[in-house]
Design a protein around this ligand. Structure first.
Ligand code: GLC
Length: 480
């Protein structure tokens, strides 16, 4: 089975969000399960190849607008998973991801590369990810290539829009499809919608989100289009890369995170004690580093995420923080993205410097220290397609407190390895925070049992990879 995985970001070469993590891990798990998978992405000017060697594999031209554009293909291998990666280089469109032209051009170039068999790899399936690669399915259909297409939606709220003139640039006749006709009337082309309509199969990153997006509440305007696709929309939960995460922790943390997988009953007790000892040391380290009150008996909460008030729940988090007695808690916030909200959180740090620490940056080292040191991780997201933070937190023995939605609902078992709250409000968040703290203070046995369950949760990519392979096989066999 040959699969080409098309994506706009890939950790560690170029990482923007959670999709970059998925692009790092999922193809690796698929390769390990015997899929001949290769990744294709733009060769941005800022790409960080590190020690990865690259060699020029081919060059070809792509017709875009009324010009032939030269595209060079470089081949490298992913430094962790060794999956081959094709980097497409074109100074005009692919150096900087700055406009809709970047992605229209990328999609056209990928389809041309496959059609002309430029690198000697003809995939059975092109696996597209998010709106950036949303035009690939329609282009493949237009060229009548015998290649299946899957589109994975990582976040429905980013859809990618452009003037319809972009269709002329990529050489798609405006009269070809009903959707395109419809879009021409609205004069806007929606990349994600094109992907959903034309892909053979649509997947998203958790079973609950796959159901949620069929509704007006979560469908971001595309619920009808998605419902029209029923029976071909699947939800497969993402995983975390356990080896990679252990390795990252070991490189970043002062105190090593030991292998906490229980091998025998005798091990169990020792591991529990080790985990508690480690957590305490990490906590003291972080409290000192961030100038908070150094005290193991104050419950420490963290929030790690983009400052996106439309998704990440920072509005209800802020409202709760304004209301509660902050001196009884410690909150560490890491993330950036919205200046107004950053200012509102900054106010809290200014008045409670010993209890609230705000870090409006992208800082991998601090993130890992927070996973290791916190007693609880807050995920108040209004919606969450999957979410990786809660899985990494559990892996580090930190209990998540999350809104019961999307991938959070699918990965957290309420009262067993974390806490879920039903209604999206600062009151429900506060009630759950107080309940968690109560258990932490007064029912150590129960808290320990929950941490143990959290650490033992299986979020390995192998499970997800198996499900993707099942879909690939059905698609190739013409059963989808
Ligand atoms: C997006 C989603 C997040 C998901 C990630 C990877 O960033 O918001 O929930 O975990 O993609 O699929």
């Amino acid at each position: 089975m040959k699969v080409l995985f098309a994506v706009w970001e890939l950790d560690p070469f170029f990482k923007f969000g959670g999709l970059g993590d998925v692009a790092r891990s999922l193809p690796g798990a698929l390769l390990a399960s015997g899929v001949d998978i290769r990744i294709v992405m733009p060769f941005y000017k800022v790409l960080k190849l590190g020690t990865a060697k690259k060699k020029k594999a081919a060059e070809f031209t792509v017709r875009y607008g009324d010009k032939d554009e030269l595209v060079e293909i470089y081949l490298t291998a992913h430094p962790v998973t060794h999956v081959p990666v094709y980097l497409l280089r074109n100074r005009k469109y692919l150096f900087i991801a700055k406009s809709e032209d970047t992605f229209a051009f990328l999609d056209k170039a990928i389809v041309e590369m496959v059609k002309k068999n430029v690198v000697g790899f003809v995939p059975d399936i092109v696996h597209c990810n998010d709106h950036h690669t949303g035009l690939i399915p329609v282009l493949i259909k237009e060229e009548k290539l015998k290649i299946g297409t899957i589109l994975t939606i990582h976040n429905l709220s980013y859809q990618g829009e452009a003037e319809v003139e972009i269709l002329d640039k990529i050489g798609l006749a405006r009269s070809k499809s009903k959707v395109l006709e419809w879009e021409i009337k609205s004069r806007r082309l929606n990349f994600l919608m094109e992907g959903i309509i034309h892909a053979d199969v649509v997947t998203t990153v958790s079973p609950t989100y796959a159901r949620e997006i069929m509704t007006e509440e979560f469908g971001a305007g595309l619920e009808d289009v998605l419902r029209g696709k029923e029976g071909r929309v699947f939800g497969i939960l993402n995983g975390i890369d356990l080896d990679y995460s252990t390795d990252m922790n070991n490189r970043i943390l002062e105190i090593r995170r030991k292998d906490a997988r229980v091998k025998s009953v005798e091990d169990k007790h020792k591991i529990e004690k080790d985990l508690e000892k480690e957590k305490r040391l990490h906590k003291l380290f972080l409290q000192k580093k961030l100038h908070l009150t150094v005290d193991p008996d104050i419950p420490l909460f963290s929030f790690i995420g983009r400052f996106d008030p439309g998704q990440k729940g920072i509005d209800i988090l802020h409202k709760m923080l304004r209301r509660i007695d902050l001196e009884k808690y410690e909150f560490v916030v890491l993330g950036s993205g919205n200046h107004d909200w950053e200012e509102r959180f900054q106010w809290l740090c200014t008045f409670f410097p010993k209890n609230v620490s705000c870090n409006f940056v992208f800082d991998d080292v601090l993130a890992h220290q927070m996973y290791a040191a916190s007693d609880f991780m807050l995920l108040p997201s209004l919606f969450e397609p999957c979410g990786l933070v809660q899985m990494l937190a559990m892996f580090c023995g930190t209990l998540p407190i999350a809104h019961k939605t999307g991938g959070l609902k699918d990965s957290i078992k309420d009262d067993r390895n974390g806490f879920l709250f039903e209604s999206y409000s600062s009151e429900s968040l506060e009630r759950t925070v107080k309940k968690a703290v109560d258990i932490w203070h007064h029912d150590k046995l129960r808290y320990r049992k929950m941490v143990e369950d959290a650490v033992a949760s299986d979020f390995s990519w192998n499970k997800s990879a198996k499900e993707y392979i099942g879909l690939y096989q059905k698609l190739v066999a013409g059963e989808l």
